[in-house]
Design a protein around this ligand. Structure first.
Ligand SMILES: NC(=O)c1ccc[n+]([C@@H]2O[C@H](COP(=O)([O-])OP(=O)(O)OC[C@H]3O[C@@H](n4cnc5c(N)ncnc54)[C@H](OP(=O)(O)O)[C@@H]3O)[C@@H](O)[C@H]2O)c1
Length: 316
């Protein structure tokens, strides 16, 4: 039997990377084996990945030598950054540079970089329809990723640029689900207007990444966008109502109102929703549902995701 190709996975104990590790392990005859990178090989999540059969190695994206060591001998690398841990676009860019340089050093044959658009290509800093944040960004957690794509291309690393979508898990972990108002009724508050917005169950991102690796060289040098569905706020509220067995009203706030909510990242997210919605046709078009499903035939719809996860959404 030929040797399995190693895929080094950053963020392996997290959502995107964890989905990829599990997708590889669930396909033992697929020809790939996962190497899970973590800062702490002794954490419960790391031990669980080892128990499932992953090779678990220590690496910190703030320590370039550790990433080089962890990528050495691998065929592929899945690269993701963690904006919401530190809220620093500069740190995110530095970590992308570290991963691209490690991929070059290790002779990685296929890197997938989980990027997003640099929104300033659509709304330049001089455009005042939304505030400029941190001095030089419109949507910091998008812009720093898109701006960092060049680290891979400059070094000639064979790379697929993966455009992901808004996770439905944000309703569980990020307080973005329906909330009960003082009237006792549930309201789902997002500034999506009446436009369609691409979204996805996060486990499906890893499955799509696995689909890209399995297709060999087909997507190298290309940008691939993925989504589970393109839904409006009203459509999401209708699905939530059905799943929860209780009416959920879509509370269509303006991006200005959302930015003023004041929680950490509210301005960044308010700008993101405004941008994605104003350019809804582009954002949905760049995340083709047919391509996404061809990469991951198990892609969940929002209704299917809700059937599995609705009890985890805090409603208070
Ligand atoms: N929320 C959304 O809707 C959404 C949509 C699209 C894209 N994104 C983007 O997705 C990215 C986050 O991906 P995710 O959701 O998969 O993350 P996540 O679930 O929060 O995973 C974080 C993992 O990253 C690892 N990590 C953090 N800092 C590290 C470092 N310095 N070196 C090595 N590993 C480190 C941690 O592993 P250890 O503790 O084990 O080291 C942790 O398990 C963000 O950049 C965000 O902008 C989010």
């Amino acid at each position: 039997m030929s040797e399995k190709k190693i895929i080094a996975v950053t963020g392996a104990t997290g959502a995107q990377g964890g989905g990829l590790v599990r997708a590889i392990l669930n396909d033992p005859s697929g020809g790939f084996t996962p190497r899970a990178l973590t800062r702490n090989v002794n954490s419960d999540k790391a031990k669980e990945l080892a128990r499932l059969g992953a090779e678990v190695v220590a690496a910190d994206l703030d320590d370039a030598e550790s990433v080089k060591r962890a990528f050495k001998g691998a065929y592929g690398a899945f690269c993701v950054t963690f904006f919401w841990e530190h809220f620093s676009p500069e740190k995110e860019a530095a970590q992308v540079k570290t991963m691209a340089e490690a991929a070059k050093y290790a002779g990685i044959q296929h890197a997938i970089w989980s990027t997003l658009e640099d929104t300033r290509k659509w709304i330049p800093l001089s455009d005042n329809r939304m505030p400029t944040l941190m001095g030089k960004y419109k949507v910091p957690h998008f812009d720093a990723k898109g701006e960092s794509d060049h680290f891979f291309t400059d070094l000639g690393v064979p790379t697929t640029f993966l455009l992901t979508s808004w996770y439905w898990e944000n309703m569980i972990f990020f307080g973005m689900g329906p909330k009960r108002g003082s009237d006792g009724k549930l309201a789902f508050t997002l500034p999506l207007g009446d436009r369609k917005f691409p979204s996805i169950g996060v486990e499906d991102i890893g499955k799509c990444a696995y689909g890209i690796f399995k297709r060999g060289r087909e997507f190298i040098g290309k940008t691939v966008g993925i989504a589970g569905e393109h839904l409006s706020g009203a459509e999401m509220a209708a699905s939530l109502s059905k799943a929860l067995g209780e009416a959920v009203r879509y509370n269509k706030v303006t991006p200005e109102a959302y930015r003023a909510f004041g929680f950490p990242g509210a301005q960044d997210l308010g700008n993101m929703f405004q941008h994605n919605v104003e350019f809804s046709d582009y954002f949905c078009g760049a995340r083709n549902l047919g391509v996404s499903r061809s990469l991951n035939p198990e892609m969940q719809t929002f209704d299917q995701w809700l059937a599995r996860h609705k009890s985890r959404i805090p409603l208070e």
